[in-house]
Ligand binder design. Sequence first.
Ligand SMILES: *Cc1c(COP(=O)(O)O)cnc(C)c1O
Length: 395
Amino acid sequence: MANLDFLKEEIALLKKEERFIEPAILQSEQGPVCQINGKEVVNLTSNNYLCLASHPKIKEAAIEATKKYGIGTAAVRTIIGTTSLHEILEKRLAEFKGTQASIVIQSGFTSNTAVCQSLMTSPQDVLISDELNHASIIDGARLSKAKRKIYRHSDMAHLKEILENDEDVKNARRKMLVTDGVFSMDGDIANLPEIVELCKKHNVITMVDDAHASGVIGPQGRGTVAYYNLKGQVDIQIGTLSKAFATIGGYAAGSFELKQYLQSVARPFLFSSSHPPAVIASCIAGLDVIYNEPERLKRLWENTNFFKEELKKAGFDTGNSKTPITPVMVGDEKKAKELSKMLFEEGVFALAIVFPTVPRGKARIRTIVTSDHTQENLQKAVNAFVKCGKKLGII
Ligand SMILES: *Cc1c(COP(=O)(O)O)cnc(C)c1O
């Protein structure tokens, strides 16, 4: 036991640096109002954008799939873990994304690591990445053999400079640019039209991670490529089944060859088992709901606009968000955590995001509204923000 004694010191350090985490406990179904740590609260933290987590038709689909196919496949996809349902979902996701094919991978996180690692295999390759990209892209870059080039957040002039002048880029065997479609901590949208144009000019593969965009932006929630009308111009679209789809999983959408290649070499696909039928059936049913109940997306955006405007009117800095992710800027780490605690007392659940998830001194409360928050829920949240924000001198 003594071998692990150093953990006590490490934990003390985490506590001192305000980085110690103890997850809240969800004691009800995921939804706009739920029971958390023994209290009923308005929930502004989940990625359950369209409230599919509790949709009766999707629950039914999960139950039916379990009855027909059992609880799991007890195998990796490449052995006997690919059911008819997996095949259907991959076709449906390709249609959703406007691509030839798609491949479902364990999670959004592993989709990013799988693609980066599988395509960037030599020190003569270069992976170009936005500085605010998700941790899974950073890890994907680390697992690849490529040299890494980081450009300042959405700074197209900096990207251009790297593409035109960097010696490694100029001499590269393969070049790939990776960006979040919607940035997960700020809610802003990548400048895909310019990125695509620059990458075309310099023969760079483009990869967009639409974790927070799928189901959320563009017509029918098809994501950033559809939002910018760039069908056929982005090589790889990553999506997650764990946010708007509210289950678990990720996928890469692109050409037939991309799918064929990844299913032969992508390590998470080869060495980690497949999703249970209930999960896959939930995603197929989720796509049906997205198409058949467009009012969900409409309500999501009405709620987003209402909530953002009310916070702005009250004097809060909500950053550069263009999506349902609205950061409420605080700055100081301790103050952000204090605000989160006070909001909970007022019946509103919204968490502080601090270093290292965001840079030091850029602590914030990150909020996400969903389609099923009522006007009353959101007004209650705004009132709590105003009351607590004033007490802490934020507004
Ligand atoms: C959440 C997120 C992921 C990870 O997706 P999971 O399916 O939860 O593993 C990847 N990329 C981005 C940009 C994300 O926001």
